[in-house]
Design a protein around this ligand. Structure first.
Ligand SMILES: Cc1ncc(COP(=O)(O)O)c(C=O)c1O
Length: 378
């Protein structure tokens, strides 16, 4: 039986506010009608506030990967090179998409490690149409150096594509300042909407550089043309639009600065608790990278395995994320995204400490709760 009260502490989908869930039960409306056009216009206006940009934003009915494919596939064509930075699962995906539409020039480091900027510069200096980076690498809990990579992109006249799927709505994303041309987001992360919508903000420069051919379903040109008439080219996932409209209102009611600060505080509380109980964080930082504020990646401690740790937590009503691909079994992840707050963080940390203690991984419990509490109540 599905436990409907399971506390989701995974990096999407996130728990949804009841108002957002209720919004989806509204009757359908015709998507070629003024009712829809009005809703679409108001959603796009709110999205601009949340993305903190005046670049045009398109909404695609499809998950984050669908929007990523739309972005890369619309900009990169046969014969084009794209520098793809990989320090985790989603960087790997950018590289794969680049190779599907053009040629990726990969800059690869061990997952969870920081990118040496001299290697990034060396790759760009060979000449490339674009560079793609994951801002917040969800698989490894690391926040990559957007301002520095943006500067390098500018220096070598490459367009900057940034996967902001787990940063927009939960962390600072300064698209204009950092020179990001295409920023991609997803509904089920910090935007407290169910899975199934992807977003791309498109700079003027990116629009002028789009390639002749584009993916049929998620192509930027096609979506921009319709969006300018407050329409979608194909039938939109209407209930998700209803949910998104409500979610954006709630996000703007909280205010972007307060929301981002809340995410920072939650992640800091988790990190502080994790290190207080003697566990280690995965990322290997340098002066330009930092820990993610929306998901914390923790090395699996000795004396317990992934299925015991996460399985016991699940029995206690809390869902944590595991590692992906090569990190499977080696790490577990606690997400701090969406509308969770101190109550949820304290519950996760106290249950985690109890489980680790019960299984003999730590000798005493309480240090984590105390550390998290100190951050959250500061
Ligand atoms: C950074 C990042 N990029 C891309 C994706 C893929 O998004 P989706 O699963 O919505 O296709 C995810 C999903 O977790 C992600 O965290």
């Amino acid at each position: 039986m599905v436990n409907e009260n399971m506390l989701l502490m995974i990096p999407g989908p996130v728990p949804l506010p009841p108002q957002v869930l209720r919004a989806m039960s509204r009757p359908m409306l015709g998507h070629r009608s003024d009712d829809f056009y009005g809703m679409y216009a108001s959603i796009r206006e709110m999205l601009n506030k949340v993305f903190q940009t005046d670049d045009e934003i398109i909404i695609i009915s499809g998950s984050g990967t669908c929007a990523l494919e739309g972005a890369i596939g619309s900009l990169i064509g046969e014969g084009d090179k794209i520098v793809a930075l990989e320090n985790g699962k989603f960087g790997e995906r950018l590289k794969e998409l680049g190779n599907l539409y053009g040629t990726s020039v990969p800059v690869e480091v061990e997952w969870g490690h920081s990118f040496p900027l001299d290697k990034v510069e060396a790759a760009l200096s060979e000449g490339a149409k674009a560079i793609a980076m994951v801002h917040n690498e969800t698989s490894a809990g690391i926040l990559n150096p957007a301002p520095e990579v943006g500067k390098l992109a500018k220096k070598y006249d490459a367009l900057f594509i940034m996967d902001c799927i787990t940063s927009i709505g939960g962390d600072y994303v300064k698209l204009h300042e950092w020179g990001v041309d295409l920023a991609i987001a997803g509904s089920q992360k910090c935007l407290i909407t169910p899975p199934g919508l992807g977003f791309i903000s498109v700079s003027k420069r990116a629009e002028e550089s789009l390639s002749e051919k584009e993916p049929y379903y998620s192509g930027i040109k096609t979506h921009l043309k319709s969006a300018r008439k407050n329409q979608t080219p194909y039938t939109p996932a209407l209930p998700l639009f209803y949910a998104l409209e409500k979610a954006l209102k709630l996000i703007l009611e909280e205010g972007m600065e307060a929301r981002i600060q809340r995410h920072h505080r939650m992640a800091e509380a988790v990190r502080s608790a994790i290190t207080a109980v003697g566990l280690e964080l995965l990322p290997q930082l340098d002066e330009y990278s930092s820990y993610s504020n929306t998901v914390t990646a923790i090395k699996m401690p000795n004396g317990i395995d992934d299925s015991t740790l996460r399985g016991t937590m699940r029995k206690r009503g809390i869902l944590l994320a595991g590692g992906q691909s090569q990190l499977k079994g080696n790490i577990f992840r606690i997400a701090t995204m969406g509308n969770n707050g101190p109550a949820e963080i304290m519950r996760v940390i106290s249950e985690l400490e109890l489980v680790l203690h019960e299984k003999g991984v730590i000798k005493s419990y309480g240090a984590g709760v105390e550390a998290a509490n100190k951050v959250l109540r500061a």
